[in-house]
Design a protein around this ligand. Sequence first.
Ligand SMILES: NC(=O)c1ccc[n+]([C@@H]2O[C@H](COP(=O)([O-])OP(=O)(O)OC[C@H]3O[C@@H](n4cnc5c(N)ncnc54)[C@H](O)[C@@H]3O)[C@@H](O)[C@H]2O)c1
Length: 252
Amino acid sequence: MSGVEGLVAVVTGGGSGIGRACGEAFLAGGARVAALDLDPSGAPAGALAVVADVADSAALDRAMATAADAHGGIDVLVNSAGISAVGPVEANGDDEWQRVLDVNVVGVARASRAALPYLRRSAAGAIVNLSSIAATAGLVQRALYSASKGAVHALTLAMAADLVGEGIRVNCVAPGTVDTPWVARLLSNVEDPAGEKARLAARQPTGRLVAAAEVAAAVVYLSSRSAGGVTGTALPVDGGMSGLRLPPRPRA
Ligand SMILES: NC(=O)c1ccc[n+]([C@@H]2O[C@H](COP(=O)([O-])OP(=O)(O)OC[C@H]3O[C@@H](n4cnc5c(N)ncnc54)[C@H](O)[C@@H]3O)[C@@H](O)[C@H]2O)c1
């Protein structure tokens, strides 16, 4: 039993990468899925694909209503839509700071606000946000992105406190580097993509990138009835990156 049988899950960013993998995992577990995305054409077969921008409150209200009408309510919201930012603190101008925080942080608040009227009617209401290892570990060249994911982590805890009395659980997952189109795009912009991919893999104690399906399995667990006692947590899915301190490997 997956613990999500019969539930309705709305996944922002459901057209690609981790969001798409979440849609697949929910469907495999017997849930119904609505994938909200700027471009939902990559949503898994069997999901309701809905065009929506998490920077647009009115569009999100319409998208949640469409999902609830089609599937008979909403039990789970997964906030996976997000965008990247690269560089140290002086690299990004005000416009980019506002854009990334607007999508990565305010987008989570907007989608949650739009979904809450439906989650309140569910007997199994849950929200799972996509944070990152970048929220709690200092990573080079990720100042703005890390700030956005630190805010997602903090927002997760505050929302969990506010909603626990209503029976709605709020958690986040904190992935390491995951093999998705996002990372493929990042790699395509560096001088030595193969070397950079090998360095990212080596940074994780497992020695490889995390698979999107592995993150999705954690999201499905946190969304499931089996996790009824779990709220206000951040679950790392990072190949051991946050918790392990291995001895340095001898240089060849
Ligand atoms: N890939 C990683 O290594 C990694 C690691 C940690 C956390 N994350 C987080 O996981 C989430 C998903 O990342 P991914 O790797 O699957 O990326 P991805 O680029 O493959 O997918 C992101 C999806 O979000 C959509 N999106 C972007 N802006 C949107 C907007 N304004 N409104 C609606 N949809 C929008 C995109 O169209 C895309 O389909 C992000 O929040 C990211 O920060 C990713």
